[in-house]
Design a binder for this molecule. Sequence first.
Ligand code: ASP
Length: 322
Amino acid sequence: MKELKKYLLLIHGGVGTILKENMTSAKEEAYLEALERAVLAGEAILKASGTAVEAVEAAVMMMEDSPLFNAGKGSVFTHDGKNEMDASIMDGNTLNAGAVLEVRRIKNPISVARQVMENSTHVMLAGEGAEQFAKQQGHKPVDSSYFYNEARFQQLQLAKQSEEILLDHSGENKSMEGNMENGGRKLGTVGAVALDVHGNVAAATSTGGMTNKRFGRIGDTPIIGAGTYANNNTCAVSCTGHGEYFIRHVVAYDISALMEYKQLTLQQAADHVVHEKLKNLHGEGGLVAVDTKGNYIMSFNTPGMYRGIATARNKCKVEIYK
Ligand code: ASP
């Protein structure tokens, strides 16, 4: 019998106070469908023996194109009423990586991050320079109206009133609950990790950051080692949550380092970082990760995380709550 080639893809669409009682069945359905579309887009590539890098890019692009998630089209607003997006990608086979920061007119920041990785000698490009590079690579800038979303705009007004900088899908402000279409507290950064049939892993993450952010604030998402990391010797990780904590703990790389230097399993390493290190500092968040043996984890210290998985053996599965 021909052996089934092993592949695996995991995605997340953000963490937060995502509770079933705050969801309508129509919204739940919309999220599950959007997650499934993203998983299937990535899986189709892995099934056809494509690379992990191609698969994570495809899955993330699908979520960037959905208004339901805080990335690409659904990005949250800054204090000044703009959208500033960050994204990064890493190839575990070569340790090559690419990232864009604070881009405003790019429809799919993850694709430009991949082009930074593959078509430039740099790892991180920011702002105007990143936009120029994107143009050179053939991306047509989109008008800022492409990112406009009334619910997001209202979310900004509430955040301004309370002078808070909010994690899209979270925050303690009760007044935000029920006030927002699309469930203002329940949207989030997107990411994917994959193991391909060639035995390589990759990770990708994309975000609009935090509502009401200002002064060019950047979170963990575009920082290799904090929000995204991939290494064939250990694992591939994509994070979501309160970026400042993920940067301080160098979360994605920490998981890899615990595996490499302490010989922890992926599960042990992720449990330690998400449920002890981050939680002790009230660092709200979660992650998806996979290693080259096909072990995987979806770990979060919040009530919910939008997530999905597909493997060569099992059909695509998507989930929201704990
Ligand atoms: N990690 C992202 C940031 O801090 C936010 C998120 O995951 O929703 O920018």
